[in-house]
Design a protein around this ligand. Structure first.
Ligand SMILES: NC(=O)c1ccc[n+]([C@@H]2O[C@H](COP(=O)([O-])OP(=O)(O)OC[C@H]3O[C@@H](n4cnc5c(N)ncnc54)[C@H](OP(=O)(O)O)[C@@H]3O)[C@@H](O)[C@H]2O)c1
Length: 263
């Protein structure tokens, strides 16, 4: 039974991915800070270990590592938990530096630290690291300097991890706009009902995991739904013959929204 660690699995993309993988027979270790919401999110799923806690807490990360054990195997680490920062987001000239530190702790340091804890089991399985990114990592949206620069750092960290760890697949995954609590936090008071549900991005990530391209940065829009629908998410499926190192699918526009409403 393949095993995944998913951070931030109580709602949004993390919950959608947990449900998708659990439905395909994966064993899961999941977290989020609010234990009650995490418990509710995984109710009814089998083979799920919920470990409430904050990814910035070393003791919490150690507890996740202990749940796998030093001799264990881990097929997927999905660093999904994230901190946006203030809402509304301030311009850099007035960005509170203490808060910027918290954003970097959550969005940059914690994903690397969790990888360091889990590197042994990931290597044993020839596993995959998914660090969830954003188009704010690559596009200069006014007001997105804190979160965006943190995701840019996470992207580069992921790229170098991919170069240093040839036995693993290391992906920065940009899910695109999603109708979630974080997105609403980013656009306070706005109607975000036109954004896709996170299940759309989760389905794209499943397709990426099955196709298993080279380490790199991928967008959900690189893996659109096909007529064949969703494949099973096998962790070590050999690359399909038609699978190139980079997706063949023509890159769709990253967002249906103007830059003013992308994140
Ligand atoms: N929504 C978008 O449009 C969008 C676009 C691009 C990229 N993204 C990225 O996609 C990922 C998922 O975002 P989302 O929109 O699905 O978020 P979300 O719905 O707000 O869910 C965030 C999850 O992370 C958990 N979390 C937050 N901080 C945590 C911490 N310090 N430790 C442990 N868990 C923590 C939350 O639970 P607790 O609050 O209980 O901890 C929750 O389960 C993030 O990396 C985000 O940057 C989102």
């Amino acid at each position: 039974m393949p095993t995944a660690v998913i951070t931030g699995a109580s709602q949004g993309l993390g919950r959608a991915m947990a449900r998708a993988l659990a439905g395909r027979g994966w064993s899961l270790i999941v977290d989020a800070r609010h234990a009650d919401q995490l418990t509710t999110a995984v109710t009814g799923l089998t083979a799920v270990t919920a470990i409430p806690g904050d990814v910035t807490d070393p003791a919490h990360r150690a507890a996740i590592g202990a749940a796998i054990g030093p001799a264990g195997r881990l097929d997927l680490l999905m660093n999904n938990a994230s901190r946006l920062g203030p809402s509304p987001q301030p311009a850099l000239r007035s960005y509170p530096l203490a808060e910027l530190g918290h954003v970097y702790e959550t969005d940059v340091l914690a994903p690397l630290a969790l990888f360091q804890v889990l590197a042994g089991p990931l290597t044993a399985a020839g596993g995959t690291v998914v660090n969830v990114s954003s188009d704010a990592a690559t596009d200069a949206y006014p007001g997105w300097g804190g979160y965006g620069s943190a995701k840019a750092a996470l992207d580069q960290l992921t790229a170098i991890l991919g170069a240093e760890e040839p036995g693993l697949r290391c992906y920065a995954f940009d899910p695109g706009d999603m109708r979630t609590a974080m997105h609403q936090h980013a656009f306070p008071g706005e109607d975000i009902s036109d954004r896709p549900e996170p299940e759309v991005a989760a389905a794209a990530l499943l397709r990426l995991l099955v196709q298993r391209p080279s380490s790199g940065r991928y967008r959900a829009s690189d893996y659109p739904e096909t007529e064949a629908g969703l494949p099973p998410a096998a962790p070590q499926a050999p690359a399909a013959p038609q699978t190139p190192a980079a997706p063949q699918t023509p890159a769709a526009p990253q967002s249906q929204h103007s830059p003013a409403v992308a994140r």
